[in-house]
Design a binder for this molecule. Sequence first.
Ligand SMILES: [Zn+2]
Length: 75
Amino acid sequence: MKLKKSLKERTCNSCNKTIARLEKYGQKSKTILSDPKGQCISFDGQFNEANAFPFRIVRKIDFCEDCVCKGLNTV
Ligand SMILES: [Zn+2]
C-alpha cells in the first residue's frame, strides 16, 4: 500500500488512531456491493437488459502509517 499525505483529519480503520492533517496514511478501496445487473428493472417493474448498468458501491478505507508499515489488518 502506498503512503499518501493526508489533506484532512482521518481515523485509522485498524487501530482507531487519529491521522492528523499532513500525516502520512494509506488508503485502499473496498467493494461493498457489486451487482452488474443490479439496475435492470425499469420504472414499471419490467426487467429490461437495455437499461442495465453496473451497480457498485466502493468504500475508501484509511490506515495510519504505523499500521501500513506493520501490515496490520490492512489486507
Ligand atoms: Zn493504525
